[in-house]
Design a protein around this ligand. Structure first.
Ligand SMILES: N[C@@H](CCC(=O)NCCCC(=O)O)C(=O)O
Length: 258
């Protein structure tokens, strides 16, 4: 049986400041290929060329990657301010409906950083545009002038719920992660279960009440050093197993009965 195919959502770029492109980081494709053991294919984050039903029919699972632009606040009922920074409305219009469809169908989906925020908002959460401005919060942003190693260095602990899905997956209740984000969950949606927190109580890991399939999201970047990092590896391995099951036609019991 061929390997499962994982759709990796793109970000929008201008090559040479003039040539529009869809792309994603090589760390993401490498993690999906070598740790999840799936075929990574990037798809354009544009509903005009990536219709939801075709995405769902084409891919066995989805990776919503990080991205510098922020989810537009109108997706969670708020007005944009200067603090919200740049947006990518096309990606919002693909990622949020895709999240809801995957959670309903039990089709595997993994969210990273912006992808974590997209999945949280898709399921009713609100975001704060700059968490480091909140009392008692750390600066979760990457060092802007750092090297790649410095940007993706492990910077803070994440504490998981004892006995929760992340603690069981990682074999630990406290782990170290990197951090490259300015925004964060302000109010979790009704089905969003926060399962991991930074030391300043910033939500760092979520799953979804009633989700029948693999639907997990993390605020940090597990794709960095995914093959060696003891936190990243089990996450991408579990994602790959879920995609293999989907590829083999296995469906959550509640869905199989339909
Ligand atoms: N824009 C959101 C999400 C941050 C995120 O995905 N960071 C990784 C981006 C890496 C890069 O392309 O610079 C936020 O700021 O919280």
């Amino acid at each position: 049986m061929r390997r499962p195919i994982v759709g990796i959502i793109s970000n929008a770029y201008l090559i040479n400041d003039q040539y529009p492109a869809h792309a994603n980081g090589q760390m993401n494709t490498d993690a999906v290929a070598t740790v999840s053991d799936c075929l990574p294919l990037t798809f354009p984050a544009d509903p005009a060329v990536s219709p939801l039903e075709e995405l769902l029919d084409t891919f066995d699972g989805f990776l919503l990657t990080g991205g510098r632009p922020n989810v537009h606040p109108e997706e969670y009922g708020e007005e944009p301010t200067e603090a919200h920074g740049a947006f990518d409305r096309n990606r919002d219009r693909v990622a949020l409906p895709l999240t809801r469809a995957c959670i309903e169908r039990g089709q595997p989906i993994l969210g990273i950083c912006r992808g974590f925020q997209e999945m949280a908002v898709a399921m009713g959460s609100t975001l704060h545009p700059e968490i480091r401005d909140l009392p008692g919060r750390m600066n979760h942003r990457m060092p802007p002038d750092g090297t790649l190693e410095e940007k993706f260095a492990l910077r803070h602990e994440v504490r998981f719920t004892s006995g929760g899905p992340f603690a069981r997956m990682m074999g630990a209740e406290v782990v170290m992660t990197n951090t490259l984000h300015g925004q964060g969950i302000k109010q979790a949606g009704p089905r969003v279960i926060v399962d991991g927190w930074a030391p300043d109580e910033t939500p760092e890991a979520i799953h979804f009440d009633g989700a029948q399939g693999f639907a997990l999201a993390v605020q940090w970047h597990p794709e960095a050093n995914a093959a060696q990092d003891p936190v990243s590896r089990p996450l991408f391995e579990a994602f790959g197993e879920a995609c293999r099951a989907w590829r083999a036609g296995k469906r959550p019991a509640s869905l199989a009965a339909e």
